[in-house]
Design a protein around this ligand. Structure first.
Ligand code: HEC
Length: 150
């Protein structure tokens, strides 16, 4: 039947569009996360109070601002990780999609290997100061859910 064909095609196109918007490989990302990030940030990204910030439901706010988007690539844990530029982009896009569904901006553009390569180095040396500046900007925009201290 013709209608069924059209419906099937529409479903297939929508799947392709959704996959493109997400732009990450979940299997590789999980592996990269487990080997390079999870030891400090914990399995579900909640962090360790007093030591390691949560990445869950906060990174989405950071990437909503250019300086926050850059900060995420340049924090030492990300910048200095053994992950290649493409792998780091993949892990960050996955963290943003799976742990930041409610904070990631609607028009978020996925990180690319090229963007990571251009920005990840040098790693930030004044992380706390840079972070506080960004958190204050978020507060000025009415976002108070990213803690100043973790
Ligand atoms: C050795 C422990 C450690 C590892 C491994 C680590 N991080 Fe971190 N991460 C931290 C700490 C501590 C901070 C707080 C800033 C700082 O002091 O560097 C942080 C901050 C961050 C931030 C900024 C969040 C915020 O609210 O300030 C991001 C994004 C991040 N890490 C991503 C990653 C990613 C992605 C990986 C894996 C590729 C990773 N980190 C691996 C310890 C780690």
């Amino acid at each position: 039947m013709k209608l069924a064909g059209v419906v099937l095609l529409t479903v297939m196109v929508l799947h392709a569009v959704a996959a493109q918007a997400e732009a990450y490989d979940a299997v590789q990302a999980r592996q990269g996360w487990v080997l390079n990030c999870m030891g400090c940030h914990t399995a579900d990204g909640s962090g360790i109070p007093g030591k390691v910030p949560a990445l869950r439901e906060s990174l989405g706010h950071f990437v909503g601002m250019p300086e926050g988007r850059e900060f995420v690539m340049r924090v030492p844990g990300a910048s200095n990780s053994a992950l290649s530029d493409a792998e780091l982009a993949n892990v960050l896009n996955w963290v943003l999609a799976t742990m930041n569904a409610s904070t990631r901006p609607a028009g978020f553009k996925a990180y690319t290997a090229e963007e990571i390569a251009a920005h990840r180095r040098p790693a930030l040396t004044d992380v706390a100061k840079t972070r506080l500046g960004i958190v204050k900007k978020l507060q000025a925009k009415g976002i108070s859910t990213v803690p100043e201290h973790y």
